[in-house]
Design a binder for this molecule. Structure first.
Ligand SMILES: Nc1nc2c(ncn2[C@@H]2O[C@H](COP(=O)(O)OP(=O)(O)OP(=O)(O)O)[C@@H](O)[C@H]2O)c(=O)[nH]1
Ligand SMILES: [Mg+2]
Length: 224
């Protein structure tokens, strides 16, 4: 068997499990978002902002992916929202069977919203379906405004892009406007947000998008 055949088998096996997750989320009418970003872009900070406000409106479960430690799950749990940490040891992305195992450890309740924080990496997570409704790419201004051009895959597969750390704009050569333009040149269908998880700027627009996604999922037929 060639290396390409092995990769195809791995990806197909992943899709089979992702389909099972998708079916469960469809049955429960759960909106699932898969957050992809470089290390330190602000994935957990955005999740903290999200659960802090939306936990009073929706039942939320969080799945955290990191090589080691439960630091991120601990940050979410401090908000009183259930979070399960996956440790991939050396794996650079989450796979569907890992997420399925983590979901089984969350409380046995139909969630309105499941948030999955992928391993910090703009490359490998893009190729693995986790049964989510949408991938969200987060890119911080500190990384430079050229990232959508250099790592187009993450922006191509995403439904939404969050440009984070805009509070640092005065100190950086990067421009949020150029980052937005580059993101949209890679994927014109992206919904783009500009946020600061530190000051809270732009977070309301992000939260409204998540609310709308939850409402759309609730209204969807289970087999849709
Ligand atoms: N100035 C500023 N700092 C931020 C912002 N968002 C996050 N940070 C800081 O950036 C650092 C990384 O944030 P995290 O939320 O841990 O990033 P992450 O993407 O979850 O990181 P990994 O899980 O390690 O990949 C922390 O020190 C945050 O406080 C922001 O909008 N502005
Ligand atoms: Mg994190």
């Amino acid at each position: 068997m060639s290396r390409i055949d092995v990769m195809k088998d791995i990806l197909q096996a992943n899709i089979d499990v992702a389909d099972q997750i998708r079916a469960r989320f469809a049955y429960d009418r759960t909106l699932a978002l898969n957050l992809i970003a470089s290390p330190g872009a602000g994935k957990t900070s955005l999740l903290e902002r999200t659960v802090a406000t939306l936990k009073d409106e929706f039942t939320i479960g969080v799945v955290e992916g990191d090589l080691v430690t439960s630091l991120d799950a601990d940050r979410i749990a401090r908000h009183g929202v259930p979070a399960v940490q996956i440790n991939t040891t050396s794996g650079c992305h989450l796979e569907a069977h890992q997420v399925q195992g983590a979901l089984a450890q969350l409380p046995d309740t139909p969630f309105d919203l499941v948030l999955i924080e992928n391993v910090g990496n703009l490359v490998c997570p893009t190729g693995f379906d986790l049964g989510e409704d949408a991938k969200v790419v987060i890119v911080s201004l500190t990384e430079g405004d050229d990232k959508p051009l250099k790592y187009p895959g993450a922006f191509t597969v995403a439904t939404a892009a969050v440009i984070n750390k805009i509070d640092l704009a005065p100190y950086l050569p990067a421009s949020a406007a150029i980052l937005r333009k580059n993101a949209l040149s890679t994927n014109p269908n992206l919904v783009v947000f500009e946020t600061s998880c530190t000051t809270g700027a732009g977070i309301d627009a992000w939260l409204d998008w998540v609310r709308a996604g939850c409402a759309a999922k609730k209204a969807a037929r289970p087999d849709a």
